[in-house]
Design a protein around this ligand. Structure first.
Ligand SMILES: *Cc1c(COP(=O)(O)O)cnc(C)c1O
Length: 488
C-alpha cells in the first residue's frame, strides 16, 4: 500500500492549501519584480504543489529516511574515507562570525578568517613536509588539476615545452588520468607488479625528456605502501620530471610519514576524507594543494600571506599557475578541518594512521577465508578482495554489494581498482569501534554462506530497499529529478 505521505508531493496537492503562515500584510504592496525588466517578468502563476506545512515536513523527512549516510550506519566505501564527521566541527563552522562573512569584505574585517586559512595551510605543511599550501581547490580532482597546472607551469617557465606526458600507475584512482587529460597532458600508464606496487622496470623505459612528471598514490588504491619511492623519485627527478602525490587518503599515514620527505614536489589532500569534513551527499569538499620549497610562487591566486606585523593580506603572484576558484576555497570546509586538527592535537593526529591501518587489517584477516585476497600481507587503510573464494555459485561482487544493503550497510567500492575482475574495496576508517567491525564481519560471512547455500537470495538482492536493482548507468546519466520528468 502506498501511504499518503509516500506519494509525490505534487500528488498531495489540493487547490487552496498552503504550507506557510506569514504575518498578515507583511508584504502588502511589495513588488518582488521591482527592477526586473517587464519582458523578463513571469505572467503565469508558478505550478507548485499546494500542500500543508505538515505534508512538506513528512515528505522531506521520509525522503531523508530513504537516504544512507555515515550518520545512519557503517559505510565501508573504499578510497572514499567515509569517517565520522564530528559535530563540534559543525558548531564552529556555523558560528556567525565566520558563516556570516562575505568574501568581498575588506581584509581588515576578515583577519580571523584569514588566520584560520593561514594556520590550516601551515598545519598541512607540517603533516605533509611540503613548504606551502593553497586551500582554494574545491575537491580532490580539482586539487589534482591544480597540481598538474603547477607542474606544467613549472616546465613552461623553464622554457621546457616538450614535457606534455604524465605517468599514471594502472592502479590509480580514475580522477588521476581524468585530471591529466583536462589539463591537456597525455597519459602514459605504468604497470603494477604482482605485489601491487609500481613496477620500476616498467617505469624506466617510459622516462625521457617529454615527461612532465608522475602521479602516485601512497598507500595506493590497493591499500599497499609503495616501497620503491626513493628509487622512483631519483629516476623521475633525474629525467627532469616532478613527482605528484595523491593524498586524498592521507589518513593512512598521517603522523607516520610525510610525502615531502619521500621526495614529492606537489600533492593534494582531501579535507573531506582525511580531515573528517562531510562529503558525498553530505556536503562540498576541499582539495588543498601543497608544493615543496621553490615552487611556492606557482600556487594559484589569490594567496593568503602574513606580513612582518602579523597582519594577514591577500596577494597575487604573476608567475602563479592561475586561478582555480573565485575566492579562497570552501571556507566552511576549511573551518571544519581546522577544528578537527585542533581538537585532535599533535599527539592524537599521530593515532589516526595506526588506527585506520589496524581496523583495515582486522577486517581483512577476519574475512579472507571467505573472500579471495589476491595480495597477501599487511595493508594500510584499505584492502581489495577479488570476489568470493568459492566462485562456483556464480554470485558476483555486484550481488554481494546489493545483499549488504538488505542488512543495512552501505556497499563497499566495487569493480575498482580495475586490476581484478571482481574487486571489492573496503575501507573501515579509523573512527569505527571493534563492535561495529565485528557486526560487519558477521554480515559479510553470512552473505558468503548464503552465496553457497541459497545463491538466488543474493543474486536477486536487494529485497528491502525502496527500489530494487536499477539500471545504474541510465540512473546516473539521465536522472529524473523533477515531477514532470517522472510523469513524462
Ligand atoms: C576520492 C579520491 C580522489 C578524488 O577526490 P574528489 O574530492 O572526489 O574529487 C582522488 N584520488 C583518490 C585516491 C581518492 O580516493
Amino acid at each position: 500500500m502506498i501511504r499518503n505521505y509516500d506519494k509525490l508531493i505534487f500528488e498531495l496537492s489540493k487547490e487552496g492549501r498552503t504550507g506557510y503562515s506569514l504575518p498578515k500584510n507583511e508584504f502588502e504592496g511589495y513588488c518582488i519584480c521591482k527592477g526586473i525588466p517587464q519582458n523578463m517578468q513571469r505572467t503565469d502563476v508558478p505550478e507548485l504543489p499546494q500542500v500543508t506545512e505538515f505534508d512538506v515536513v513528512r515528505h522531506y523527512t521520509n525522503l531523508s529516511n530513504k537516504n544512507f549516510g555515515v550518520d545512519t550506519g557503517f559505510y565501508p566505501l573504499g578510497s572514499c574515507t567515509m569517517k565520522y564527521n564530528p559535530r563540534i566541527n559543525e558548531e564552529i563552522a556555523a558560528h556567525p562570525a565566520f558563516a556570516g562573512l562575505h568574501p568581498d569584505y575588506p581584509v581588515e574585517c576578515t583577519q580571523g578568517a584569514l588566520e584560520v586559512y593561514y594556520n590550516l595551510a601551515q598545519s598541512l605543511s607540517e603533516v605533509s613536509g611540503l613548504a606551502a599550501f593553497t586551500l582554494n581547490p574545491y575537491a580532490g580532482a580539482h586539487g589534482e588539476l591544480t597540481g598538474l597546472m603547477i607542474m606544467r607551469k613549472y616546465h613552461m617557465l623553464r622554457g621546457d615545452y616538450k614535457r606534455t606526458k604524465v605517468i599514471v600507475p594502472d592502479s590509480a584512482h580514475g580522477t588521476n588520468p581524468a585530471s591529466a587529460a583536462v589539463c591537456g597532458l597525455q597519459i602514459v600508464e605504468v604497470k603494477s607488479t604482482a605485489k601491487g606496487t609500481v613496477d620500476v622496470e616498467d617505469l624506466k623505459p617510459l622516462l625521457d625528456d617529454t615527461v612532465a612528471g608522475i602521479m602516485m598514490t601512497n598507500p595506493n588504491t590497493l591499500g599497499i605502501f609503495e616501497t620503491e619511492i626513493p628509487e622512483i623519485s631519483r629516476l623521475v627527478h633525474e629525467c627532469g620530471g616532478l613527482l605528484y602525490y595523491d593524498g586524498a587518503n592521507l589518513n593512512a599515514v598521517l603522523g607516520k610519514c610525510r610525502p615531502g620527505d619521500m621526495g614529492f614536489d606537489i600533492m593534494h589532500i582531501n579535507l573531506h576524507k582525511t580531515f573528517s569534513t562531510p562529503h558525498g551527499g553530505g556536503g562540498p569538499g576541499d582539495g588543498p594543494v601543497g608544493v615543496r620549497a621553490g615552487l611556492e610562487h606557482l600556487l594559484p591566486n589569490p594567496q593568503v600571506k602574513k606580513d612582518a606585523d602579523g597582519q594577514f593580506y591577500i596577494d597575487t603572484d604573476e608567475s602563479s599557475a592561475g586561478y582555480v576558484s573565485n575566492f579562497l576555497g570552501n571556507f566552511g570546509v576549511i573551518m571544519r578541518a581546522y577544528t578537527y586538527i585542533l581538537t585532535l592535537g599533535r599527539e592524537n593526529v599521530k593515532m589516526v594512521g595506526p588506527l585506520a591501518v589496524l581496523n583495515a587489517n582486522y577486517v581483512k584477516e577476519s574475512l579472507k577465508a571467505d573472500y579471495y585476497l589476491p595480495i597477501e600481507g599487511v595493508c594500510k587503510h584499505e584492502f581489495v578482495f577479488d570476489g568470493l573464494v568459492d566462485k562456483s555459485t556464480g554470485v558476483t561482487t555486484l550481488d554481494i554489494a546489493k545483499r549488504l544493503l538488505d542488512y543495512g550497510y552501505h556497499a563497499p567500492t566495487i569493480y575498482f581498482p580495475l586490476l581484478f575482475h571482481q574487486s571489492i574495496m573496503i575501507e573501515p576508517t579509523e573512527t569505527e569501534s571493534k563492535e561495529t567491525l565485528d557486526e560487519f564481519i558477521d554480515v559479510m560471512k553470512r552473505v558468503a554462506r548464503e552465496a553457497a547455500e541459497n545463491p538466488d537470495v543474493v543474486k536477486s538482492a536487494p529485497h528491502t530497499t525502496p527500489v530494487r536493482r536499477l539500471d545504474e548507468t541510465t540512473a546516473a546519466r539521465y536522472p529524473k529529478t523533477t515531477y514532470r520528468q517522472m510523469k513524462g
